[in-house]
Write a protein that binds this ligand. Structure first.
Ligand SMILES: Cc1ncc(COP(=O)(O)O)c(C=O)c1O
Length: 386
């Protein structure tokens, strides 16, 4: 039977993610449009993003927070290109985005001493393999496999190398222990449902010391440069951006951060997201056709919730036929306006992916699950001619 009730907000994309509950264009009324981002009020807006970010995430006072170009990718690339070189590097990867960073470091930067520690979709590599006498690059939450690191306990406090963390899909929905992190990056369109364009770059004092003591012998385009004359460009970390940001996106980022505080801050953001995971977990435990792509429950993401097929007839299909089945499933959910963008990532095993970040209401997660059951039964009946 087709479910009677649709989610009030059927947007489950893993990026750009759903806007916060109650969002409308009115939220952007205060945007400083047509003015210079270097004017006094322009800089104040950018600084407000930085200050609110520090407040919501409880980032230590001696860590720098900057707004940088080119979304999360821009922020990660800036970190890799500026910082890596003086030590060996351990690259940890278990899905598409982590693997992209491996490609960057091995094929583009072509560093000589790189160890790659990988795991297939659904698994996490052995974190104890990471050697923190070296620099370690990892993704907190693998968006395309729904596998996250369970915590930061595997990162020593007295490390010699830097811990460099792509935290997009994790920041604002998972607890990030700042003392274990030297570099963190994310983009606005994830957990707080902001607009895509800009990246955030957080640097520990040790990351800054590296920047000021190590001059890479490779060319760095202006868009990547964090130092001048061997000194950190401090302006970047108070809102003096490298190039022109969108003040509309900036206003939206402020709105998301203010909303975070209005619902009770980071604890409540995490609670909302973890509850979404709990709702799906209870459903999956009873499901006869779907299960988590993440093998170990301790590694299951509360933001990018990735599901694979467990139905014996569907799993017996060829990988191509399973991918086709998954596409039809996502298309039907979309046609019914029950769930948009719920298909798994193109390089990931076929299945579904539901975003469960803090802007997704728990009731909407509850409401979408009967639709998944209905859509699966419908597509299966068609596929097997029944
Ligand atoms: C883990 C991870 N890293 C990097 C990216 C790329 O982010 P952006 O499009 O903000 O550059 C994404 C996007 O989904 C991601 O999930």
């Amino acid at each position: 039977m087709k479910p009677a009730r649709r989610p009030s907000n059927p947007l489950f994309s893993s990026g750009p993610c759903a806007k916060r509950p109650g969002w409308s264009l009115d939220a952007l009324d205060g945007a400083l449009l047509g003015r210079s981002h270097r004017s006094k009020p322009g800089k104040a807006k950018l600084k407000e993003v930085i200050d609110l970010t520090r407040a919501v995430l409880a980032i230590p006072g001696d860590y720098r927070i900057g707004i940088v170009p080119a979304s999360d990718t821009g922020a990660v690339e800036m970190a890799l290109w500026n910082l890596l070189g003086p030590r060996g590097v351990d690259m940890m990867a278990w899905e598409s985005f982590g693997k992209e960073w491996v490609t960057d470091v091995t094929k583009q930067l072509r560093l000589s001493d790189v160890r790659t520690i990988q795991a297939p979709y659904g698994a996490l590599p052995d974190l104890s393999q990471a050697d923190f006498s070296r620099d370690v690059v990892f993704t907190w939450n693998g968006t395309t496999s729904g596998v996250r690191v369970p915590n930061g306990e595997w990162i020593p406090s007295d490390r010699e190398g830097l811990s460099i963390c792509d935290a997009t899909s994790a920041a604002f929905a998972m607890d990030i222990p700042w003392s274990k992190i030297d570099v963190a990056t994310w983009s606005w369109q994830k957990v707080l449902g902001g607009e895509g364009a800009h990246g955030m770059l957080v640097l520990s004092p040790r990351a800054v010391a590296r920047l000021e003591s190590f001059q890479p012998d490779r060319p760095l385009p202006k868009i990547f440069r964090l130092t001048s004359g061997g000194k950190l460009i401090e302006g970047i970390f108070v809102g003096d951006t490298i190039n022109t940001p969108s003040m509309l996106c900036v206003e939206d980022a402020i709105d998301g951060l203010r909303w975070s505080l209005s619902v009770g801050g980071l604890t409540q953001l995490i609670r909302r997201s973890e509850q979404n995971l709990r709702i799906v977990s209870e459903w999956a435990a009873a499901s006869t056709w779907a299960g988590f792509l993440a093998d170990d429950p301790a590694t299951r993401s509360c933001t990018s919730i990735c599901l694979r097929f467990t139905d014996p007839e569907v799993t017996a299909l060829t990988p191509e036929a399973q991918a086709d089945f998954a596409k039809k499933l996502a298309a039907l959910l979309e046609k019914e306006e029950a769930a948009f963008d719920a298909g798994s990532y193109r390089d990931a095993p076929p299945g579904l992916r539901l975003w469960g970040g803090a802007t997704v209401e728990n009731e909407d997660m509850e409401a979408v699950l009967p639709w998944l059951d209905w859509a699966f039964a419908t597509v299966k009946a068609e596929a097997f001619g029944r």
